[in-house]
Design a protein around this ligand. Structure first.
Ligand SMILES: [Zn+2]
Length: 285
């Protein structure tokens, strides 16, 4: 695993598609975002508006990516003759790593509207109010170099038994499909893992490499101590972009630059990320 920035990594995925030999397919390409891209997104949104706001946010991001990615994991993802994405591509995205989807969303935004992202701030130290510009190219990204970077075994301090005794769990990464589960999107928007998201990261038990899902009844029996340790492990080992903005206050404070740090979770939802958030100066010129 190594750390870089979005500007440096460019069109490579932080995780990618795991191959049998442990290597990861990371290349992807985008097609230009055009008027018909907007049209396809609006059409999708109006056809799916009954599904609730959480699903709409997740679905719109999935739709955007299906329309903008032209090549990924060694395969072309062509549009239909109506300039729409294929149902096959849409379905596949849900099986991609959550953090790869987040990276694609950030990278598409950076390529389509440029690296400047406006963050509204109000300073408690000097009273400065205004919009600050955050550089999307500066986003830290952790990159997995092989399959070994993606999984780690954790030995439970408190063994549990529902179906069988579980003494250890393999901690990995969650898939984009995780976000479609109840409650997960609200937690992701606040930058935290819920219990469901954590459960999705656990893919094997007792140091056996066979895939084995952890059942809801089982995760409920994990001790708080082990849950906290597992969450810390995912935070430390998970590849992907850091989903937050950091800007420093430019106001005056006692004759000096204030420099109060504003750290916020990044609002990556389509309506915000591709609409309101590019600098007004650019829109006027
Ligand atoms: Zn300030």
């Amino acid at each position: 695993m190594y750390q870089t920035t979005l500007g440096e990594l460019g069109n490579k995925l932080p995780i990618g598609l795991l191959q049998d030999d442990g290597s990861l397919l990371k290349d992807f390409d985008l097609r230009p975002y055009k008027g018909h891209t907007d049209r396809a997104i609006s059409k999708w949104q109006s056809q799916n508006s009954d599904n609730g706001p959480g699903h709409l946010v997740v679905g719109t991001t999935t739709k955007l990516i299906s329309l903008c990615v032209s090549h990924i994991h060694g395969h072309a993802t062509p549009l239909t003759t109506q300039n729409d994405s294929s149902p096959d591509t849409l379905a596949k995205i849900y099986s991609w790593p959550f953090m790869d989807v987040m990276y694609l969303n950030l990278y598409i935004r950076r390529q389509v509207l440029g690296p400047d992202f406006l963050v509204p701030v109000g300073c408690p130290q000097c009273g400065f109010k205004g919009n600050m510009c955050f550089d999307l190219d500066s986003i830290p990204v952790w990159v997995a170099e092989s399959g070994e970077d993606l999984f780690q075994w954790y030995d439970l301090r408190d063994h549990i038994k529902v179906k069988e005794t579980i003494r250890s769990v393999r901690v990995g990464y969650s898939l984009w499909s995780t976000i479609a589960k109840p409650g997960v999107i609200e937690q992701a928007a606040q930058g935290t893992h819920g219990l469901t998201a954590l459960q999705e990261c656990l893919t094997a038990v007792n140091r056996e490499e066979t895939q084995r899902v952890i059942l809801p009844d089982e995760i409920d029996e994990f001790s708080k101590y082990d849950l906290v340790k597992i969450e810390q492990l995912t935070a430390k080992t998970m590849a992907g972009p850091k989903m937050q903005t950091v800007v420093y206050c430019p106001g005056d404070h006692k004759g000096d630059t204030c420099n109060f740090p504003f750290v916020n979770p990044m609002d990556w939802t389509y309506d915000h990320f591709f609409g309101m958030s590019f600098p007004q100066g650019d829109m006027m010129s």
